[in-house]
Design a protein around this ligand. Sequence first.
Ligand code: ADP
Ligand code: ASP
Ligand code: MG
Length: 414
Amino acid sequence: MSLIVQKYGGTSVGTPERILKVARRILKAQATGDEIVVVVSAMSGVTDNLIGLARQVADHPSEREMDMLLATGEQTTIALTAMAINALGGKAVSLTGAQAGIVTDGVHTKAKIANITPKRIHRLLDGGHIVIVAGFQGESFDGHITTLGRGGSDLTAIALAAALGADLCQICTDVDGVYTADPRSVPSARKIAEVSYDEMLEMASLGSKVMQSRAVEFAKKFGVIFEVRSSFNDEPGTIVKEETSGMEKVVIRGVSVDRRQAKVTVNRVPDRPGVASRIFTGIAAGINVDMIVQNVSADGTTDISFTTHSDELPKIKRLLGPLVGEIGAHSFSAQGGIAKLSVVGIGMRSHSGVAAKMFELLGEAGINIQMITTSEIKISVIVDEERVDEGANLVHAGFGLGEETPRFAKSIVS
Ligand code: ADP
Ligand code: ASP
Ligand code: MG
């Protein structure tokens, strides 16, 4: 007998019919003799709708109340899923995050899991129940409801699998697994059979929203091997695990796109120690800055550019206005409409020529690269959002990712 944790995302439980389908799948899994713990998300669109409602009653709702509100999305789904299973003759009990023993820190809307005491889950499993746990939520040490950041049901599933010592953790979603690129925008994308934690983590952080990046981080830390697979069929999905020696042979594992980015440039910043620190401490409050580029200095001044999510633009403008005067810079400009296009692969550690090839592919198509960053296993460029899908398709094809056996380094650098 195995203990299986299955997570079903928003689309998979998006309608009553789909909840009934999921309920049948869960019962089928249990019928083979396994113990099943299920994590569910809010029905698709519900979390976004709740955020929209909050904005209609308050410009800056408190994050505590946001968590109280958002947690209701998942609470609806756990009850409906348990009801569906029971109506089909099974035995299921739903638990909120707090009831499941998920304790977090007190950072509302992006809480971190501190510990899980799954006593109640074990007791229910021992009684022959299927346990349905609300994803995305927990309870802080002092008893407030918290949420784990967008896409956080993935994290609930991985963390529960670790705490329960589950034999299998399945992330069931609306695609058949992790693909070489988002199949919605790159039609030739292919399912990847196995991917390392590091590659999955980069892909997730660089915009491949099929997994929440914090969930992958957690899985890597605690060695939770998991599978991303379809909720709608029984095809094998993608296994995410520690890298194996064969994995480095593939230079590029995937292409990721992060849309709705914005570029901010502070013009003619005095080139002296402490100024960059003043700019970035000044805007650090709650703003996630991504790439940072400083130009060479001319006439004792330099330009500093950075990227962020375009939702941050109003906040950035509010904070940068006074700062520009204070540090003696000339002005600043802020512009949305850009996107980040990245290639990811642990094979880049041992193969050269990837950046050159990527720039060549984009250059030939006349797609202008506005910024570049690299790490050991990724190359990211900023391009116009309008052309990012075209760029993703070109890069995907150029590296042979749509082919059955992706081409190796030799053919890439030749
Ligand atoms: P869920 O609601 O099940 O959590 P998500 O919408 O969060 O599902 O994630 C699944 C979606 O992720 C897919 O529909 C797909 O469009 C998108 N996606 C982005 N990048 C990838 C990728 N590399 N492989 C598979 N899916 C991807
Ligand atoms: N419902 C939450 C969200 O939409 C959590 C999740 O779906 O994983 O972000
Ligand atoms: Mg998701």
